[in-house]
Design a protein around this ligand. Structure first.
Ligand code: PMP
Length: 285
């Protein structure tokens, strides 16, 4: 079945789902989005994702023309209309169409779009054996430029990093912040395990506060694993016992190599595997 796309309260076939080329979402990347999963018909942490898109919108002074409850309802109805029990949901809100100038006051009609489609994950063997990262020269956006906590339609910072990592033969890029500390990956948060302690960069390191990240931290705390949000360098990652990434699409995936250095014993570690299994259970519970 061709996907049914929600635009401003109506459902369209994929081929008919269109918005203006004057929309500032297209012209300037002016807008916000989310990525959400549905597992066995249950939408994972929908409220948290809707809260985050409203926070992103507030930060860019974009008024979403729906209440949170209305957006939640629209997302649920679009999932149902697509009869998708397992998949990926992409809500986005653009600034709307305007003149060929930056001024957001000269736009009207923000477009609320919801796409429901299949999910593309990393290749299955990487979940089994772990993946490799490359640190890239593109740093994560400075928090006083476009704060990485805003999930904006302008993902060029991340795309530039992705291009570099692909060039280096890796599927994900390790991005540093303006201070040279580890921030996150192009589309995933990063964790390390050292001497039994789980560590991840704090939100003020310049990262997107991942919903999977927060769920994994809760799982770890529940399992009695000490958790710290802590600034870290590449060195900390190289000498860690374990490393893994979290993200809506990626879920929990082990990292076994970074910049040619083998992490731990080069295999997904026990805490990584425990948290991956815990996360699998959580999303289906
Ligand atoms: N960082 C970035 C830059 C992201 O785009 C994402 C989402 N793909 C994440 C981290 C992970 O966040 P979440 O767990 O909410 O998907």
């Amino acid at each position: 079945m061709a996907p049914k796309i929600y635009i401003n309260g109506k459902l369209y076939d994929k081929s008919e789902a269109k918005i203006s080329v004057y929309d500032h979402g297209l012209l300037y990347g002016d807008g916000v989005f989310e990525g959400i999963r549905v597992y066995d018909g249950k939408i994972f942490r929908l409220k948290e994702h809707v809260d985050r898109i409203f926070e992103s919108a507030r930060a860019i002074k974009l008024e979403i023309p729906l209440s949170k409850d209305q957006l939640i309802d629209a997302i649920r109805k679009t999932v149902e209309a697509n009869d998708k029990k397992n998949g990926y949901i992409r809500p986005l809100v653009t600034r709307g169409s305007g003149s060929l100038g930056l001024d957001p006051r000269k736009t009207s009609d923000p477009q609320v779009i919801i796409i429901v489609d299949d999910i593309t994950m990393y290749p299955p063997e990487l979940y089994e054996n772990g993946m490799e990262l490359a640190t890239v020269s593109t740093i994560r956006n400075h928090p006083n430029a476009v704060n990485p906590r805003i999930k904006s339609l302008n993902y060029l910072n991340n795309i530039l990093a992705k291009i570099e990592s692909i060039q280096a033969g890796c599927l994900e890029a390790l991005m540093l912040n303006h201070k040279g500390e580890v921030a996150e990956c192009s589309g995933d948060n990063v964790f390390i395990v050292s001497k039994g302690v789980l560590m991840t960069p704090p939100t003020d390191a310049g990262i997107l506060e991942g919903i999977t990240r927060n769920a994994v931290m809760e799982l770890a705390i529940g399992a009695g694993i000490p958790v710290r949000e802590l600034s870290m360098t590449r060195h900390d990652l190289y000498i860690a016992d374990e490393c893994f990434l979290t993200g809506t699409a990626a879920e929990v995936i082990a990292v076994v190599k970074c910049d040619g250095r083998v992490i731990g014993n080069g295999k997904p570690g026990p805490i990584t595997r425990q948290l991956r299994e815990g996360f699998q259970k959580l999303v289906r519970s």
